[in-house]
Write a protein that binds this ligand. Structure first.
Ligand code: HEC
Length: 124
């Protein structure tokens, strides 16, 4: 059942895609790989829409997973957000990352935060 209350969460989004090469140690500047803390109200309706349209065909109605499609409902929101960030950056993680990369590329930071909390909490 869809939870109707709005949660405010902090998610740590790291700049995996933009790791600084070399040793640029400018004190005082924010480095590309410093984690960014995002706070936003979680929009369950928006997350549910995206999940139905572009996630559940593979991950299942309740994010329970199947065969080579991982279960998501037992993961922490931080993990889900981190994985979506990495796929969005084009990182290859498992043998089937290409399937995720093409879907993650369409997601905004807000979509990722919404989906991470939705997937981790909506199917308890
Ligand atoms: C075409 C099938 C497909 C679709 C659609 C899809 N996924 Fe995936 N997903 C996969 C596969 C396969 C993997 C494992 C990829 C790998 O080997 O790296 C995966 C991995 C993941 C992971 C990492 C799981 C873990 O255990 O760390 C997350 C999180 C995830 N998907 C979320 C989503 C979300 C959210 C959507 C919708 C925006 C989505 N996926 C759409 C197939 C899919």
């Amino acid at each position: 059942m869809l939870k109707s209350q709005v949660l405010a969460v902090f998610l740590i989004i790291s700049g995996f895609a933009a790791r600084a090469d070399g040793d640029s140690s400018d004190a005082g500047t924010v480095k590309a790989d410093d984690p960014v803390i995002m706070e936003q109200d979680i929009d369950f309706e928006s997350a549910e829409k995206i999940f139905r349209k572009s996630c559940r065909a593979c991950h299942g109605n309740k994010a329970q997973g199947a065969a080579s499609y991982p279960k998501l409902s037992d993961k922490e929101p931080e993990h889900i957000a981190e994985m979506l960030e990495r796929y969005r950056a084009g990182e290859k993680i498992g043998p089937n990352s290409i399937l995720m990369i093409q879907h993650a590329k369409k997601l905004s930071d807000e979509d990722i935060a919404n989906l991470a909390v939705y997937v981790a909490t909506a199917f308890d």
